[in-house]
Ligand binder design. Sequence first.
Ligand code: E4P
Length: 214
Amino acid sequence: MELYIDTANLDEIKEAADLGVLDGVTTNPSLIAKEGVDYVKRLGEICEVVSGPVSAEVIATDFDGMMTEGRDRAKIADNIVVKLPSTVDGLKACKAMSEESIRTNLTLCFQPLQAMMVAKAGAFLVSPFIGRIDDIGADGMDLIRQIREIYDNYGYSTQVLAASIRHPMHVVECALVGCDVATVPFKVIKQFMNHPLTDSGLEKFVADYQKAFG
Ligand code: E4P
């Protein structure tokens, strides 16, 4: 499974890239607002650090506006993927951009038919939001399983990118059901290599060795 980082913070992106296993980046307007930086400038900076897909969301919500912004975003770097909402206008923009060979990530996906429609329109990625579904008392992983099954039934090539991830078990479950990509906040990525038994085991190995050999 590919691993993207879900942030617009350049330090976090650099630190995650240093791990050597980062495949891409996702950003959104809220993440950029948190950083308080110019979106286009920051996307350019991110693309200098990461060569894999970098999702750049449009702010416009109408077809014409999405097309204008999307074409502009796509010019920033070859690895930009234009992020569009899973709405009717977003679907039309997805189709039009795929005909122009602009890769798209259809975001804010909350039900399987949105995923089926955007796959038919040629989306490169679809982003089901697991955490936000869990937040309202439903099961976000059910959506991932349904999309995986539909895509496999018909051989759709759109990649399933699990988004709105809150904790490491979301990532484990995504890997078990065959998600193509998970986009993960930095604080969760940092938990991936943690286990108390690893720490105590390592401490004992070192202590035993020093006791015997000094
Ligand atoms: C990623 O592409 C999404 O924008 C992001 O994962 C949303 O996460 P949130 O629900 O934590 O805001």
